[in-house]
Design a protein around this ligand. Structure first.
Ligand SMILES: CCCCCCCC/C=C\C=C\CC(=O)SCCNC(=O)CCNC(=O)[C@H](O)C(C)(C)COP(=O)(O)OP(=O)(O)OC[C@H]1O[C@@H](n2cnc3c(N)ncnc32)[C@H](O)[C@@H]1OP(=O)(O)O
Length: 724
């Protein structure tokens, strides 16, 4: 506790724990001590709580949740202590007040925030609920619908919205601390009863029961097996049904249930994994990164779907862009699409189009003039996946661009070294695999080639950061990390159809597991023709396939021609109105099981002498997931990625893997590597012609080593890529 000024009647309690003033045991203890001291000091007439370094607090120290129980200090009683103080307590909220940080503020009698502050109860995103009485106080302050929304989604809200909701009493543009002191002085001596949220009733709704029923249905639908949102709901519901103290007891009970859950452990692992992965390599970037200065320019070529998203993403990050296309027709089409995307993005932002300023040619210009590339710092090429075309472009770039320019290729599978070989500066060539839609998806896979320099890698990582994406650096191999792990997963899904399953059964099993979208719905969305083109390119199907090749064999391994057969019938998915499902029209979005496909599958099985069998959910999950995980172990062993966390971050952010399961490698660690190995052995014996089911040597090694924790896996490998 300190005094604002020597003779001030306002005691100041400053939360101090850099970088985000997380509420560690020590901070909580100091907060309690400070409160008691201020309470006992007759010269103190009011108390102000603020955070060090322009941040109130990011909430409980998340690392503390995995420490043994006896070391924990409860926050709820401290919040009660604040509220019951006989002296007015004012929260001065700067920067962030999240989780337990906001709960501390809710215990205060007054809340004043800086206009740029953000507030929220994001506990749900780490598998918890606000466990310091926040689920009982917030509905009393801002009403049940708004509280439920904040608590079940975990969203951060800006101070301006917080003011409208009544979450804060006042917002200020100038010095928050001084304004809070003024407020504290003003309210000395005023009655505190009406300011104590625990004493307030929860505002009544016209039809609380109906509202809660609908809200629960919505929460359950979005959660897909994720427990925390539903328990958050239950805690808020308790506030509508019970007196404060009983509601708090219910909140504690639910909090304890979540605290000991595997899902909370998974989400907290994912939280730290993402931050650790994003930090990698950054230190080698030139500072400041060219292009983060507004006078510099990023240029990018190709205005197809990916290019449109990339351009939008760059403009959103306030990076000046020159968008290049091969001819005016494509340029005009691309321009229209990009402008449309930007209009929509601007509508979601405060300040709208003015903030993005994309009509300003200094921010975004469109051209067909390749010579404009001579002075740019960074190029992102985003033409379609055609090696010859990419090499031609890189050859040109290498000639035109200034010596230091970084040359990025947006590719999902092509060989970076081969692309780099078309240039005279392979050390500056790097893969940047954006995910569609590129202005929405958070993942950026960054692929280094044999000659890519550490500075180039670091610069690409900094680009990811500037775009607010999660950059993950990986090595160069077919499909890199994400798609390479996806191949066996999709392969199994199709094999399951051959053996007796249906697309809707496979999708359902994986969506129940928590995937946003199953493999067949995903394939229909992405377009079956994409994979078909690639398989034709690899000589697996199409005219280059040698005559007499067995329909279901390629290079001595099992192959399913099912996706090719659908493409030959013009069934490309949503875009043609038919794929693995049928749709209301070409371009339709609602997938409906298709009787035609069911009978096509029966005929297919008959014609190949396959006996249809019932395949249960367990087998669907095990074959799809364990083959994907198996590939992950192979990737780690080859040094294509530097740690299992990298694979997990890729899967959560780019492939819709359910975050509450922590990523595929974390999931493998939770079900146990011996179990994964045993299942792979079983399926591999049943399908000896499927190499991707054969357990990887690294997985076997880890099992033989006694199933060590994930953090130790990499220590069992002797060799690591020097660039990772
Ligand atoms: C022993 C513990 C006592 C526990 C008391 C138990 C009482 C139970 C009652 C109440 C329970 C309350 C629950 C909570 O409050 S849970 C926490 C809720 N808060 C959050 O989820 C916020 C998480 N943080 C963020 O969203 C962001 O980090 C943000 C604060 C917005 C800052 O973002 P950004 O500027 O992009 O910076 P970074 O994300 O890179 O973070 C910087 C470093 O700070 C670390 N960090 C952030 N938040 C926490 C946290 N709450 N606990 C511990 N560490 C945190 C983060 O990991 C970065 O560090 P590093 O790079 O080393 O990983």
């Amino acid at each position: 506790m300190e005094r604002y000024a020597r003779s001030s009647a306002v005691a100041v309690i400053r939360l101090r724990n850099p970088p985000v003033n997380a509420l560690s045991v020590e901070v909580l203890q100091a907060l309690e001590d400070g409160l008691k001291k201020a309470e006992a000091d007759p010269s103190v007439k009011a108390i102000m709580i603020c955070g060090e370094n322009g941040k109130f607090s990011a909430g409980a120290d998340i690392r503390g949740f995995s420490t043994p129980k006896r070391h924990r200090v409860a926050l709820g009683p401290i919040v009660s202590l604040i509220e019951s103080s006989e002296k007015p307590v004012v929260a001065a909220i700067e920067g962030i007040a999240l989780g337990g940080g906001l709960e501390v503020a809710l215990g205060c009698h007054y809340r004043l925030a800086h206009v740029k502050a953000q507030m929220g109860l994001p506990e749900v995103t780490i598998g918890l609920l606000p466990g310091a009485e926040g689920t009982q106080r917030l509905p009393r302050l801002i009403g049940v619908p708004a509280a439920l929304d904040m608590i079940t989604t975990g969203k951060h809200i800006p101070a301006t919205e917080a003011l409208k909701l009544g979450l804060v009493d006042e917002i200020v543009e100038e010095n928050t601390i001084e304004a809070a002191i003024r407020l504290a002085n003003k309210v000395i001596g005023q009655p505190l009863g009406p300011r104590r949220l625990s004493l307030k009733p929860v505002p009544k709704l016209p039809n609380t029961d109906a509202f809660l029923r609908e809200a629960l249905a919505k929460v359950k639908k979005q959660a897909r097996g994720f427990l925390a949102p539903e328990l958050c709901f239950q805690a808020v519901k308790a506030a509508t049904e019970r007196p404060f103290a009983e509601g708090v007891r219910r909140e504690r009970e639910l909090f304890q249930r979540l605290l000991s859950s595997e899902q909370a452990r998974a989400l907290q692992y994912a939280f730290f994994a993402e931050r650790a992965v994003s930090r990698d390599h950054l230190s080698l970037a030139p500072s400041p990164l060219p292009g983060t200065l507004l006078s510099d320019v990023y240029i990018y070529t190709g205005l197809g779907t990916m290019g449109q998203g990339i351009a939008t993403s760059l403009v959103k990050a306030k990076i000046p862009v020159v968008a290049l296309e091969q001819d005016l027709e494509y340029l005009n089409k691309g321009r229209k699409a990009v402008m449309g995307l930007l209009e929509r993005e601007a509508m979601k932002m405060e300040g709208g189009a003015q903030t993005l300023d994309f009509h300003n040619p200094a921010r975004l210009q469109f051209t067909v003039d390749f010579d404009l590339l001579s002075d740019v710092d960074l190029v992102i090429e985003a033409v379609f996946e055609d090696m010859a075309l990419k090499k031609e472009i890189f050859h040109k770039l290498s000639k035109i661009c200034k010596p230091g320019a970084l040359l990025c290729t947006n590719t999902s599978a092509l060989n970076i070294d081969e692309i780099a070989s078309a240039t005279s500066r392979p050390q500056q060539v790097i893969g940047t695999h954006f995910f569609s839609p590129a202005h929405v998806m958070r993942l950026l896979e960054i692929i280094y080639g044999r000659h890519t320099s550490p500075t180039a890698i670091a610069t690409a990582m900094q680009l990811a950061k500037a775009l607010k994406k999660v950059g993950v650096v990986v090595g160069n191999c077919f499909g890199f990390v994400g798609n390479r792990m996806m191949f066996p997963y999709v392969e199994q899904a199709v094999f399951l159809l051959e053996e007796g399953s249906r697309p809707e059964a496979v999708d359902q099993a994986l969506e129940d597991f928590g995937f946003k979208i199953g493999p067949f719905r995903m394939s229909d969305l992405a377009g079956l023709d994409v994979g078909w083109r690639s398989r034709k390119g690899q000589g697996l199907t199409g005219p280059s396939l040698p005559a007499g090749t067995a329909a279901r064999q390629r290079h001595g391994q099992r192959y399913s021609p099912l996706p090719d057969l659908l493409c030959e019938r013009g069934r490309f998915g949503q875009k043609t109105g038919k794929g693995w499902y049928q749709y209301e029209k070409a371009g339709g979005r609602t997938a409906v099981p298709d009787p035609w496909l069911h009978s096509f599958l029966s005929q297919y099985r008959d014609s190949h002498g396959i006996k249809t069998r019932y395949i249960d959910q367990e087998e669907i999950l095990e074959r799809c997931l364990f083959s994907l995980i198996n590939e992950g172990f192979a990737i780690l062993a080859e040094g294509i990625a530097s740690a299992p966390e990298h694979l997990d971050v890729i899967y959560i952010n780019g492939y819709g893997w359910p975050k509450h399961r922590g990523g595929p490698m974390f999931y493998a660690s939770t079900v146990g590597l011996p179990h994964v190995l045993a299942k792979l052995q079983k399926y591999s014996e049943a399908h000896p012609d499927v190499p991707k089911l054969r357990p990887s040597a690294f997985l076997k090694k880890l099992v033989a080593a006694g199933n060590p924790p994930l953090k130790e896996w990499m220590s069992y490998l002797s060799r690591q890529s020097p660039k990772l």
